[in-house]
Design a protein. Sequence first.
Length: 322
Amino acid sequence: MSTPKSSGIAIAPPKEPMIGVFSSERITRVGFGATSSKVKEIIYYLVRELEDGDYETQPMNSNWLPIGIKAVIGKEQLLKQYMPEPELYAKNVLPQLSALRKALAWGDKYRQQNNYFSAEMEYTKALNLDEDNIRATFGIGICYIERNELEKAGQVFQKLMAMEATYAAEHKHMFNEFGIALRKGKMYDQAIEYYERAVVLAPDDENLHFNIARAAFHKDDVRKVYRHVSACLKINPAHENALQVKAYLDRKVGRNVSAVLQEAPAEASGISNPEQSVPNQGKRSDSSANPLFSPGAKKGDSGANPYQPAVTLTTRQPQKKK
């Protein structure tokens, strides 16, 4: 059997994108008048090479973790204004990144197991490394809500509202989970404010409008429910949950919503206790049952698609004649 001859052309392995630590000097003036002086400050950046040949820079905190706003610069600017610090990446950055990822992973795992105290400890470890870490902030906020520590949850809510990264696409899953937790924790005002801020940034997201309608229903704010259900349907006329809500409210229009909430189960079953199953009076198309609440399971809102809360209508079992 003959051995295939080599063409003599060496095939180079694919080049790995560069990632490392660079430093940059900045001169600032402190003080006033005759007492002022210049101070040299060294700032460290985590630098990643991009596919197009440019470089992404991000400043690092005192724990050697990347934080803050990212910037994209060219190779010429990198070589001119930044100094490579090759030993710092392996020595300082990698161990801290590993510790952060480990704390976040354990925090998420404990939270999924409803072990909220252990989850809080892990998220706190992560926040000690990176005080503005979005994933850890969301996680610890959900822990507080689940433990009914609403004052602490409110502080986390205010922090998230002030952080632009809260609404980044990469955090969409955690964003929605936190909003659901706010509503289930009966923090309706915060849930509405939270989603309304997101609507400003993403006005064409029908599910944000639907989530506002759900929270507004708990506050008997029929105008806001109608407004956001209508906005949801304007964006997506086939949104099944919004169609059910609109049909339900159309049947109740002109009546006092607070009174409707107190009606007997025969007419509006499940509304007075939204965490219980909501019986459907007949066919699914009959929207007299309350479609704004998912029944039973605590995680009923999450489902396969956590960004679109589930609406489940159950059928009343016929009673046997005596």
